[in-house]
Design a protein around this ligand. Structure first.
Ligand code: GDP
Length: 529
């Protein structure tokens, strides 16, 4: 395709593609809405809200799918803010938590971590953070719910550093919390931002500070004890805290921390502005041959990080989500699927935006497009334009945490059963394990929803009813085959093999894992991500 290089470069440089990671209820939906509102993409906060899965019981999943048309209507949201084209990728939590949630993080250039100031770092945040960390992408922290009394700011920052093993740099610092919230001391911009500007600052949101970081001249705030307190705290942070470093932020080694309230919107705009200033534009992708694919390369390339089935219950249609790594997409363009070497014409592409699905006419590196798929694509596939083959690196596998034994209901229908399992496993919908000797099938997943999708699709797409028996939560650890001794298998440590026949032990609990390590200190155990 003929590409205007300068135009492409300009467009790519405007892209900011990120995901919000958090534990359920920390405020991800609320802050997303505030951002969409600031970008003018929705008029009213509350639009994304009603669609959220958290409201539904897992068993309602199919109904929910129907109501929502597809659960990915809010998978990718985009809006323009100042001169930036922003793409927010949803990382489903609650019952929707699945490997796709992790894989989504492979398709973003930065992450925003939303933390509830009453709860600090929670389990799901930690899991998602690890994936961002592994990728070395910048992570920005929003300490949410400042309108309520939460934990001490210093505790929260210390905990963040300790639990996540990342340095933190407070960009602002609360002046009061909950009912006594006056605002924040904005360390980075050397100003005060008021929660209620009418009450405190003649309607002006910001009050600039002098070179010493203090209010110049008369001001009501100077008489408040919280002012003295915040000056002391900020002084302490400056002496004892980490140095600000753009490079460390870019390398994902230092997370800038912002306090605010997604619900009231306090601090969200200054967060968004500052965050977008630091968030990186799409960067180079290294392919399997260790060659650099630049976002501004003329030829289109991208990889599939998520496949969403059940678009329409009557069809087998699915949507494959593609992160564009280079060049630009135009409808009707021809690409090659690297795995099969087959050529395709990309006719129907859909990009999602809160409620409406729109047909995409133009997208560039950094953007996400959704392609209708009738079963051609697998997770991790590369598609590219031009003669030079591009194959991106495989996406990582994630250690499953929940397991089920599975069998066909009707033993006469083995063929469709095996075909279905094989395809769904290849597609990345679920992971397959077998008991070591008896070769009974065990399915592994990171979230319950994956099993339900599996069961439903086996039934609908492969006409195979399955019987599933929960094995519960397990800690999966891989073991070097040379160190394997079959006596290691017990009730508490089930010996299995993965789909590549590598031995894995499924431990019943942390206790069982520790017991094993004590008994076999020489045996090395590995986990996936
Ligand atoms: P998600 O599960 O992370 O998407 O969380 P939501 O955005 O749905 O928020 C969970 C609950 O916390 C909802 O009842 C929100 O109204 C509430 N919430 C979110 N942000 C704030 C905040 O800044 N302050 C207060 N007080 N509540 C908030």
């Amino acid at each position: 395709m003929k590409v205007d290089q300068q135009l492409l470069k300009n467009e790519v440089n405007q892209r900011r593609t990120f995901a919000i990671i958090s534990h359920p209820d920390a405020g991800k939906t609320t802050i997303t809405e505030q951002m969409l509102k600031l970008g003018g993409a929705i008029r009213q906060a509350g639009t994304v809200k009603g669609r959220k899965t958290g409201k539904f019981a897992t068993s309602d999943w199919m109904e929910v799918e129907k109501q929502r048309g597809i659960s990915v209507t809010s998978s990718v949201m985009h809006f323009n803010y100042e001169d930036k084209h922003v793409n927010i990728l949803d990382t489903p939590g609650h019952e929707d938590f699945s490997e796709d949630t992790y894989r989504t993080l492979m398709a973003v250039d930065s992450g925003v971590m939303v933390v509830d100031t009453a709860n600090g770092i929670e389990a799901q945040t930690e899991k998602l953070f690890k994936v961002c960390r592994m990728r070395g992408i910048p992570i920005f922290t929003f300490m949410n719910k400042l309108d309520r009394d939460g934990r001490e700011p210093i505790d929260l920052v210390e905990e963040l550093e300790e639990v996540l093993e990342i340095d933190a740099y407070p960009m602002n610092w609360p002046i009061g919390t909950g009912r006594s919230l006056i605002g924040v001391y904005d360390i980075y911009h050397n100003r005060i931002e008021f929660n209620d500007p009418d009450e405190w600052n003649n309607g002006e949101t910001y009050l600039p500070l002098n070179e010493q970081g203090e209010i110049e001249g008369e001001h009501r705030l100077k008489e408040d004890r919280l002012y003295e307190q915040v000056l002391e705290e900020v002084e302490l942070l400056k002496i004892a805290g980490n140095e600000f470093s753009k490079e460390a932020i870019a390398a994902g080694e230092l997370t800038p921390v912002f306090f605010g309230s997604a619900l009231t919107g306090f601090g969200v705009e200054s967060f968004l502005k500052t965050f977008l200033g630091f968030a990186p534009e799409p960067s180079t992708t290294i392919d399997q041959e260790e060659l650099a694919v630049e976002p501004t390369d003329e030829n289109f390339s991208g990889f599939i990080f998520k496949i969403q089935a059940n678009m329409d219950p009557k069809h087998r249609d699915r949507i494959a989500f593609v992160r564009i790594c280079s060049g630009q997409f135009e409808p009707g363009m021809s690409v090659t699927l690297s795995r099969t070497d087959r050529d395709f014409r990309l006719n129907n592409s859909t990009q999602f935006m809160a409620e409406d699905r729109e047909i995409v006419k133009h997208a560039v590196a950094g953007d996400i497009i959704g392609l209708y798929d009738t079963g051609n694509f697998q997770i991790g596939d590369t598609i590219y334009e031009g003669k030079d083959q591009v194959t991106f690196k495989e996406l990582p596998q994630f250690t499953p945490e929940i397991f089920m034994k599975v069998e066909p209901k009707n033993v006469m229908k083995q063929k469709s059963y095996h075909k279905g399992i094989q395809q769904l496993v290849q597609e990345g919908a679920i992971q397959l394990y077998k008991t070591y000797h008896t070769e009974e099938y065990i399915l592994g997943a990171v979230g319950q929803l994956q099993f339900e999708v599996f069961e439903h699709r086996m039934n609908k797409e492969y006409n195979s009813e399955v019987v599933m028996k929960p094995l519960g939560n397990k800690i999966a650890r891989w073991i070097n085959p040379d160190q394997l001794d079959e006596n290691m298998s017990s009730n508490r440590s089930l010996l299995a093999k993965d789909r590549y026949d590598q031995p894995v032990i499924l431990f019943e609990s942390d206790f069982a894992l520790r017991w094993f390590s004590d008994k076999y200190p020489e045996v090395e155990l590995y986990s996936l991500l």
